[in-house]
Design a binder for this molecule. Structure first.
Ligand code: GDP
Ligand code: MG
Ligand code: K
Length: 295
């Protein structure tokens, strides 16, 4: 059989398990995991390489109603992306009937010719009868190429996904070398890891106004990597919360981020964090470019 390669866009409302699925499929922690919505702003590509195929998975940020320029940008990226890929994974909750956001995503998906696999995630917490009724309901909404119930968390049903995928991925050469987990620059992975730790450690009102920029990423002669990063927030009260009493919070975030980055890059890391206030940075085009959200 000829070698196959292609791009897959992963779409679904926040918290359906997109990152968990990407991680389960790749076996490495590249996409960002958090129980807070919209952690994944960047289009992170995970690459699965085997003897028969290479799949490039794009963790497409959820299609939602934009409120800020960043939101608008995310919607644009998502709708452009789904036209260009070979296949779309549409993830939905197996635990609830389709909600308005699912329906509006389906409306977007109907507009493109790209084949769509519906992946009903979290079957580990659903009764069988309910699942069958849900499958029937989704069948009425759209003509999916397949409806696949899975548990990304328990790694259940992943083999069926891969089996289906190969029907829609064209013959072609590898896009990336064998050992590639992601084609994102390490700088962006580091920034994502820092942002993940921020989101995990801070109150809800702060994280959405937070951006991370890695300003310096240098490998020293002894192999240690020196990373300097700036955390941008919108208000001085936020800056205070992020730094914490006597810097305790920032130290905690930095230590947790460093641990993840060291694990990913498989080397010792020296991480320096700064916190800066940039009011309304989410509506600033240049700032979005600087932070890698816009080209
Ligand atoms: P994303 O926002 O779509 O990327 O969702 P995440 O991957 O961050 O997952 C959101 C939450 O759902 C996390 O708490 C996950 O642990 C949980 N989750 C993901 N997949 C499953 C699953 O198959 N079963 C259950 N029970 N929980 C899951
Ligand atoms: Mg995610
Ligand atoms: K999330």
């Amino acid at each position: 059989m000829a070698y196959k390669s292609g791009f897959i866009s992963v779409i679904g409302k926040p918290n359906v398990g997109k990152s968990t699925l990407l991680n389960a499929l790749t076996g490495e922690k590249i996409a960002i995991m958090s129980n807070k919505p919209q952690t994944t702003r960047n289009t992170i590509r995970a690459v699965i390489t085997s003897d028969e195929y290479q799949l490039v998975l794009i963790d497409t940020p959820g299609i939602h109603r934009p409120k800020t320029k960043l939101g608008e940008y995310m919607v644009n990226v998502a709708s452009e992306t789904i036209k260009e890929v070979d296949l779309i994974f549409f993830l939905a909750e197996a635990t609830t009937s389709p909600e308005s956001l699912d329906i509006s995503i389906i409306e977007q998906l109907k507009k493109v010719k790209t084949p769509v696999l519906l992946i009903l995630n979290k079957v580990d917490i659903v009764e069988k009868e309910k699942l069958l009724a849900l499958i029937a309901r989704y069948n009425e909404l759209m003509d999916f190429k397949a409806i696949i119930p899975v548990s990304a968390l328990k790694k259940d049903g992943l083999d069926i996904i891969l089996e289906e995928v190969l029907k829609y991925i064209p013959e072609g050469e590898k896009f990336f070398p064998e050992d590639t987990l992601t084609d994102q620059p390490e700088k962006i992975i580091a920034a994502e890891m820092i942002r993940e730790k921020l989101l995990l450690n801070l109150d809800d009102e702060v994280p959405h106004g937070v951006g991370v920029e890695v300003t310096s990423f240098k490998e020293r002669k002894d192999g240690l990597i020196n990373i300097q990063a700036t955390i941008y927030c919108e208000k001085s009260s936020h800056k205070g919360i992020i730094i914490g009493k006597q810097g305790v919070m920032l130290k905690k975030i930095g230590a947790a981020a460093r641990f993840e980055i060291e694990r990913l890059l498989d080397t010792k890391v020296f991480l320096e964090l700064w916190v800066k206030i940039k009011p309304d940075w989410r509506n600033n085009d240049n700032m979005l470019k600087e932070l890698g959200y816009k080209r």
